[in-house]
Write a protein that binds this ligand. Structure first.
Ligand code: COA
Length: 178
């Protein structure tokens, strides 16, 4: 598993993966405008990714396995100062799940946050019934901080989420040997 910074050139692969994953992703994401699922829509998002990267506010990556994009992971809404925190979000295409890719990608993103980015804390939020994602974060060494009610508007509904976090001083499972 490798994390590769997303660029405008990734729009077709992202679109393909998102369209083929349909409902699998939609039930875990905010409602999107219909033009989001077009090449222009993906390019618009990737331009925002580039601007966030340039401003040090967020870093989005393709999760790549054997030169193929299998998912996306991002450290976003980075605030420095007294917080030094990033929010972590990720998904894997429906046809690529249950092979350990998300767990490995999360571990790598956390290493990037605490290494090159010099952050202090990474947090993530997971819907209560998202067994796969709850397990990913447990395996990557995140702590459960509590339940935030009506936290994010997912698929048109304000959904309760379990909040997770890890700080740079906490023990983390080792990355798989590559
Ligand atoms: C959550 C998600 C990223 C997990 O990706 P993945 O690559 O399949 O995860 P992994 O293969 O690393 O699996 C991690 C653990 O979850 C378990 N798992 C995976 N899918 C599961 C499922 N549907 N139900 C229960 N457990 C599941 C795996 O068995 C593994 O645990 P184990 O090592 O104890 O066996 C993927 O399901 C996804 O993209 N879902 C839709 C979007 C989403 O929910 N994103 C996260 C929002 S917080």
């Amino acid at each position: 598993v490798r994390l590769v910074a997303l660029t405008l050139a990734d729009a077709p692969a992202l679109l393909d993966l998102r369209v083929r994953s349909g409902h699998f992703l939609r039930r875990r994401e905010p409602l999107r405008r219909s033009d989001y699922f077009t090449l222009a829509g993906q390019e618009e998002e990737l331009r925002d990714v580039a601007s966030q990267r340039a401003g040090g506010r967020g870093y989005a990556f393709a999760i790549v396995v054997e030169d193929r994009m299998v998912g996306r992971i991002a450290l976003s809404n980075i605030i420095r100062g007294a917080f030094h925190n990033a929010y972590l979000g990720y998904w894997v295409g429906a046809e690529h799940v249950r092979r350990g890719y998300a767990t490995e990608a999360v571990r790598m993103a956390v290493e990037h946050a605490f290494g090159p980015l010099g952050l202090h804390r990474v947090q993530a939020a997971v819907m209560l019934d998202n067994e796969a994602s709850l397990r990913v974060l447990d395996k990557a060494g995140f702590r459960r901080e509590g339940v935030a009610l009506r936290y994010l508007r997912i698929d048109g509904h304000w959904a309760d989420h379990v909040l997770f976090a890890i700080t740079a001083d906490e023990p983390r499972p080792a990355l798989a040997r590559r």
